[in-house]
Design a protein around this ligand. Structure first.
Ligand code: SF4
Length: 355
């Protein structure tokens, strides 16, 4: 697993469950979690949003599965009273920033992100202050406080498009993912400086092992996420966001595809392109074990149920901070190209194995 010794810094925008809340040890092992989650979904008028990197059983019961841009759009437009965010903390924060009057809960308060952790707001404020003539472009994988210091937010779906459309008279300061930033710089030719952050999942893929895997599967194209380092991207036949990678694997005539991103997305690939073979890109030991996000993996059905029941952990953002973080997020939504494809309504029937 990527970053086995990972830890995370919980920001003050996420309020953990209190001592009166039910916990995992209170759960009846015979509880039908699917039925109970469905009951709470109706009772609380809740919408369950899930990222493609979530465990398959969470993807399958979610109302909507998507990438960061899909999920931001969904969170901005839902008429639910409660948003249950099965992803990581910054995604739940985005939902609250865009829909401040909704209750926003997440299954595990520790579900952070190495990119968010790499970019503490006080250090980022100093970096921005040292480059006052730069346009501050911040990847959505960042805290609300870092977003509030930014001119525009981007996702991996729209970063290239947005940077191309920025005024040309200013250089760009890009944070916190230096690999995505470098990729956007190569694509756009813009003058850019970078914050030194990486995703612990995409940074661990091994070029040497990828080359060996390609040699064994010479007809398999490589589809890679731009959070990967250049040693991987230079071998890629397709580079794009999770949604773009999903579109690629369904449209390529190839029967086998090598996938260089978090491997839980392969669940959707198997649904969208049944019959094709998907090979996770390897880490340094030649296996795909580095391709599990340890933060995303913290979310489980049990914790999802408890978060709906307890209405905690919940995101609460001071209005002044929310208003500042909303501006660059809304600018992103305004500058994004229209959705040509987007995430999916996913809520399906209970899997037989779990019945
Ligand atoms: S896969 Fe990487 S970028 Fe995505 S949440 Fe996990 S650590 Fe963050």
């Amino acid at each position: 697993m990527a970053g086995e010794n990972f830890s995370t810094i919980v920001p003050d925008t996420v309020i953990p469950a209190g001592p009166e809340a039910l916990s995992l040890s209170d759960l009846d092992p015979d509880l039908d979690l699917w039925a109970e989650i469905d009951r709470l979904r109706k009772e609380k008028n809740a919408v369950i949003l899930a990222h493609y990197y979530q465990d398959p059983e969470i993807q399958d019961l979610a109302d909507f599965v998507g990438d960061s841009l899909d999920l931001s759009r969904k969170a901005a437009n839902t008429d639910a009273d409660m948003i249950v965010f099965c992803g990581v903390r910054f995604m739940a924060e985005v939902a609250k920033i865009l829909s401040p009057n909704k209750t926003v809960v997440l299954p595990d308060v520790e579900a952070g992100c190495s990119l968010e952790d790499s970019c503490p707001p006080d250090k980022f404020a100093e970096f921005v202050a040292r480059h006052p003539d730069h346009y501050v472009v911040t990847y959505i994988n960042s805290s609300a406080r870092v977003k509030a210091l930014s001119d525009v937010i981007v996702t991996s779906s729209n970063a290239e498009h947005i940077v191309r459309n920025l005024p040309e008279d200013k250089p760009v300061l890009f944070a916190p993912d230096k690999h995505l930033g470098a990729y956007v710089q190569r694509q756009t030719g813009r003058e850019m400086i970078f914050w030194d952050g990486t995703c612990i999942v995409h940074d661990l893929f091994s070029e040497r092992e990828l080359v060996k895997l390609k040699a064994r599967h010479p007809d398999a194209p490589v589809a890679a996420h731009p959070e990967c380092h250049d040693g991987i991207l230079k071998h890629a036949d397709h580079i794009g966001s999770t949604r773009a990678i999903l579109d690629f694997v369904t449209t390529t005539p190839a029967e086998t595809v090598i996938v260089a991103t978090e491997q839980h997305i392969i669940h959707q690939m198997r649904k969208d392109a049944p019959g094709k073979t998907f090979l996770p890109a390897p880490g340094a030991d030649g296996t795909c074990n580095c391709a599990n996000c340890p933060y995303m993996e913290l979310n489980t059905l049990e914790k999802l149920y408890l978060s709906m029941l307890n209405e905690a952990p919940a995101v609460e953002i001071d209005e002044a901070l929310r208003a500042e973080a909303w501006k660059p997020l809304q600018r992103m939504l305004d500058m994004s190209p229209p959705a040509t494809s987007q995430g999916k309504g996913a809520k399906g029937s209970k899997p037989k194995a779990a019945a």
